[in-house]
Write a protein that binds this ligand. Structure first.
Ligand code: GAE
Ligand code: MG
Ligand code: MG
Length: 385
């Protein structure tokens, strides 16, 4: 079996919040008619920075054509030479590797009539608990909208959310207070996510103030990205466990070696696919720290890949974040992923266990183009401007 072609299709999908996100769907074909599908998820965090789809498609076809797709290690090495590690949450080179890695896993698993999780070592769970996001508020006027999002989450059967905080303390406090009044203990908060927006001292003061209005299970990114000392200082003083997005395999080692976190937030979109996630998972197991699977809000292909990874990884001990298919109004699949009582269900195979619809793919096709960079705050907060 040899790769014959890589095909890229950029698409755009709208979220229920109104924001429009761009993704690239990856199709890999072989000389014996197997096809694998993957995705480069949510490229809209960097509105002014897109690759040229045509030349990327050509580069990937030249790099992979004639290669045996079962040589996952070799192909990952090839791609790492072309698209090196950038150690950034929304790394473009990681997106490219993520898309190819997912498509290769889908393809090889399908060619073996197996679900992807069997390629990763087999299944130790059937579903993974996840939480819905309540996005960051800049003003107290946004509290009512976030309460509506909470009601929506509740109606979907979710009893766990994560809240992005730190921009408008008054709004954060109002939301926690109203949430406690409406739901009591019935609705829990997994995390307060500062997204690296504050210095650790400011995040500590903010989280202590938040503690007067509610509780959470963990605190995420309470210091700027790559500020290892700041994370450690925060962690040493915080009553809650601390999680941080792992930006590279070496970064995971630094976070663990420095005693900076209690929990590693591991994601294929940041690390560039499932293979690096497996290596970081092994580091987490060695250090005996907690693990959660994060998200950029993938479409169904990317979410299914995460579900298969979760199925094969016993060390995951915190709820994950993968709820893209509930947030997006459209997708490129006809059979997608499912959620049951706040948990992402591991699809059955073959491959990723989701089916791409060529007509949906065509309907959502949109060239990668710059988003309006006029309201970067709304873009960062994942709300429509
Ligand atoms: O920081 C996080 O944990 C988030 O999932 C963050 O990455 C979000 O902005 C996400 C999204 O698009 O909603 O990428
Ligand atoms: Mg986060
Ligand atoms: Mg995202």
């Amino acid at each position: 079996m040899k790769v014959s072609r890589v095909k890229l299709q950029p698409v755009a999908t709208r979220r229920r919040s109104g924001i429009r996100n761009q993704h690239v769907i990856v199709r890999i074909d072989t000389d014996n008619d197997w096809t694998g599908w993957g995705e480069m998820s949510d490229l809209s965090h960097l509105p002014a920075w897109h690759f040229h789809t045509g030349s990327l498609e050509q580069t990937l076809t030249e790099a992979l054509a004639g290669q045996d797709p079962r040589n996952l290690t070799r192909l990952e090495g090839l791609l790492l030479d072309l698209f090196p590690i950038e150690t950034y949450l929304y790394s473009r080179s990681a997106s490219v590797r993520q898309g190819v890695d997912i498509a290769l896993h889908d393809l090889v698993a399908k060619a073996n009539s197996q679900p992807v999780h069997n390629l990763l070592g087999g299944r130790v769970r059937d579903a993974m608990d996840v939480c819905l996001p309540i996005f960051r508020m800049q003003t107290t006027e946004q509290v009512q909208d976030r309460l509506k999002d909470l009601a929506w989450a509740y109606d979907l059967g979710f009893r766990l959310v994560r809240i992005y905080v730190g921009a408008c303390p008054e709004a954060d406090h109002m939301l926690l207070k109203a949430m406690a009044q409406t739901y009591g203990n019935e609705m829990q908060v997994k995390s307060w996510d500062f997204s690296g927006g504050l210095h650790w001292k400011a995040a500590l003061t903010a989280s202590e103030a938040l503690g007067e209005f509610g509780t959470c299970q963990l605190i995420e990114s309470p210091a700027p990205a790559l500020d290892l000392d700041g994370l450690r200082e925060f962690r040493n003083r915080s009553r809650n466990p601390v999680s941080e997005h792992v930006l590279s395999q070496h970064h995971a080692w630094q976070l663990l070696h420095g005693g900076c976190v209690d929990i590693l937030n591991i994601s294929p979109f940041v690390l560039g696919g499932l293979r690096p996630c497996q290596r970081v998972m092994a580091l987490a197991e060695s250090a005996q720290v907690g693990v959660l699977l994060g998200t950029t809000q993938e479409l169904a292909l990317g979410t299914a890949a995460i579900a298969h990874f979760a199925a094969s990884a016993p060390a995951i001990d915190w709820p994950g974040d993968s709820t893209g298919p509930l947030l997006y109004e459209d997708d490129v699949v006809e059979k997608g992923v499912t959620y049951q009582s706040g948990a992402l269900v591991v699809p059955d195979g073959p491959g990723l266990g989701v089916t791409v619809s060529e007509s949906r793919l065509e309907a959502l096709a949109t060239p990668l183009e710059q988003d309006s960079a006029s309201n970067l705050t709304a873009l960062r907060d994942r709300t429509a401007a």
